[in-house]
Design a protein around this ligand. Structure first.
Ligand SMILES: [Ca+2]
Ligand SMILES: [Ca+2]
Length: 223
């Protein structure tokens, strides 16, 4: 049974059999907005561009690696942030790529953006990995999380194309505290006494840009 994550909930990365979970996917499934026009007689699709990202911290809280969409080229804008990339330096985490639309033909049950994780391969310097989600600020969709037909983040065993077992799930679109919000600090993987654990954070913010969320994660969620 998948755990429905609630804010602040901590989980051990163990399967029911007691086997440690080391290879899994962190993914987000969401839908484009179908807008009724002409008194509901026809409809149009509004693309929704959510971006799933993560930052890796050492035990002192220094950001030492990151994954966010390569379409974010901060290096050009002198923001002091690195450009986006899809792989962690240690190759333990990999992002499947930036989805710019969401499901435009209804819920396909598959995640639109996924970060695959192999905990055994994570650089020993890395003590925590914080996952977060943003609505791209230049996307066709200018609303908040609550206006999206469905959006959920989950951890599961399987591959980006096949879900074997959902381990934990967090629904974004249905949470009242996501109303008016465009950035979400989802949760954190962290090491404790040699084991990896996960805590669901679920803090949502009005952030108009991923830059705001990155700064926030580095300042408030690094330890
Ligand atoms: Ca995206
Ligand atoms: Ca989907």
């Amino acid at each position: 049974m998948a755990i429905k994550l609630e804010k602040g909930q901590r989980i051990n990365l163990e399967k029911e059999t007691g086997v440690k979970l080391t290879n899994f996917c962190v993914g987000c499934n969401w839908g484009a907005v179908i807008k009724k026009t002409f008194f509901g007689l026809s409809s149009s699709v509004v693309d929704v561009d959510l971006d799933l990202s993560c930052i890796m911290f050492d035990a002192s809280g220094n950001a030492i690696d990151h994954i966010w969409s390569p379409l974010y080229k901060f290096g050009d804008k002198k923001l002091g942030l690195p450009n986006g990339k899809l792989d962690s330096i240690d190759r333990a985490l990999h992002h499947t790529g930036d989805d710019l639309t969401g499901d435009t033909n209804g819920d396909d049950g598959l995640d639109n953006e996924i970060i695959t994780v192999n905990l055994n391969q994570v650089n020993s310097q890395i003590n925590s990995i914080v996952f977060f989600l943003n609505i791209y600020n230049n996307s066709e969709y200018s609303g908040d999380f609550s206006g999206i037909p469905y959006a959920s983040i989950r951890m599961y065993e399987g591959t980006p194309k096949k879900v074997n077992q959902v381990f934990a799930q967090y629904d974004v679109a249905t949470k009242t505290d996501c109303v008016g919000k465009r950035g979400l600090v989802m949760g954190k993987l962290y090491r404790r006494n040699g084991d990896w654990k996960f805590v669901a954070i679920g803090d949502a913010f009005e952030d108009r840009s991923i830059v705001n969320t990155i700064a926030r994660v580095i300042k408030d969620y690094s330890k």
